[in-house]
Design a protein around this ligand. Structure first.
Ligand SMILES: Nc1ncnc2c1ncn2[C@@H]1O[C@H](COP(=O)(O)OP(=O)(O)OP(=O)(O)O)[C@@H](O)[C@H]1O
Length: 362
């Protein structure tokens, strides 16, 4: 991705006693990039470097062809001159201004010529029309956060930074706001760097993941890849899963099923009320995948996919975690160690993955 005008290049090294951030990242210039990692791993520090709120002595940052920092030539665009939106855990709205005035206030520093996202569009995207005349004190936490996101968007940022925007909300409010975030993703061409430590959120929203540990990027890559890496903690979670991006290929009305398709393969799921060709993201849990050596059709399992064993992890004495390649898409299977031995599961072996459950993420 180096040299790619459409990408984000970020290199920062800075720290204080007890912590050092040291990253050199090549990221896609579109979609949602999740910064994931334990508390104290450096997520907020990295976000602040991207925003120009921290200045790394040897830092470099180019966002889709625009240079925001290059210390080699002593270039550093200050935060207020960077076209970026920053959404925090708690929305900071002016309490004495209505929602509408808050939105207009946010626009003040943006010259009319650089407003690519009309205020009306931002309002519509976040569904906040009914709130425009309210005072912030009369909004729920989720509503406030939607206003804060609309305010950030209306400034037409070239980069949107979100620091755990849902962390302060309860589960119900989170569920309410996620569809709006998904809409941003589908309808706007702005890269979003999204800090989270909730795997479900990351799985729903992210296209790309940066896993941080002790200030370093332990893994960087497309979500489907990173979640399935056996050398990373995700795959070892009790609820480990992979995400599969697919499209709606057909509906079987008689049996109330929908056939999704990914990499030319079918994936049946409980009937969806979605038009053909819609893009969806599905989740398959490692524990819902079993393996067979032949393509059996004498079981109740609907989804049987040809797969190749890529690698195994036997850290757990009773169970084997198997990473599979299904026509270029990664899948995880968790089976007993005894089954793995009896079936002769070794890297390179062709098998059939029996998928017991597929859930829709978005
Ligand atoms: N300005 C600062 N001065 C000194 N130490 C700091 C400063 N900012 C952050 N730290 C420390 O640096 C480390 C990384 O902090 P950071 O906020 O980036 O982590 P994080 O991954 O965002 O954590 P969390 O998920 O808890 O928000 C932590 O140990 C934190 O206490």
């Amino acid at each position: 991705m180096a040299g790619d005008e459409a990408a984000i290049r970020a290199r920062f090294g800075l720290g204080w006693p007890g912590f050092r951030l040291d990253v050199d990242l090549a990221l896609p210039g579109r979609g949602v990039i999740a910064l994931f990692g334990h508390s104290g791993s450096g997520k907020t520090t990295l976000l602040r470097c991207l925003a120009g709120l921290e200045r790394a002595a040897d830092g470099y940052l180019a966002v889709r062809g625009e240079l925001w920092q290059d210390e080699a030539q002593r270039l550093f665009v200050p935060t207020h001159r960077r076209p970026l939106g920053y959404v925090f855990q708690e929305a900071s709205l002016f309490a004495h201004l209505t929602v509408r005035r808050n939105l207009e206030f946010g626009l003040k520093r943006v010259p009319a010529a650089s407003r690519r996202i009309p205020l009306d569009q931002a309002i519509a995207l976040l569904g906040i029309e009914p709130l425009l005349d309210r005072m912030p004190g009369r909004l729920s936490g989720g509503e406030r956060q939607r206003v804060a996101i609309a305010r950030a968007l209306a400034t037409s940022p070239r980069l949107l930074l979100m620091d755990e925007p849902l962390a302060a909300l309860d589960v119900k409010r989170k569920q309410e706001i996620l569809p709006y975030l998904e809409r941003l993703h589908a309808e706007l061409d702005i890269p979003v760097v999204y800090v989270s430590h909730a795997p479900e959120e990351v799985a729903r929203l992210a296209d790309h993941v940066v896993l941080l540990a002790d200030g370093r990027a332990l893994a960087v890559g497309p979500i489907g890849e990173v979640m399935a890496r056996l050398d990373l903690p995700f795959a070892h979670d009790e609820d480990a899963f992979v995400v599969i991006d697919a499209r709606v290929a057909a509906h079987d009305e008689a049996y109330a099923l929908t056939r999704l398709e990914f990499a030319g393969l079918p994936l049946w799921i409980t009937g969806l009320d979605m038009p053909l060709a819609s893009r969806v993201r599905a989740r398959v849990l490692a524990r819902d995948v079993s393996l067979a050596l032949t393509e059996r059709h004498d079981s109740s399992i609907l989804n049987v996919l040809p797969a190749r064993v890529v690698s195994l992890d036997e850290a757990d004495p009773g169970r084997t975690l198997v990473r599979l390649d299904v026509a270029g898409t990664a899948l995880l299977a968790r089976i007993t160690r005894r089954s793995a031995a009896q079936l002769g599961i070794v890297p390179g072996r062709d098998v059939y993955a029996q998928v017991k459950g597929v859930a829709l993420l978005r």
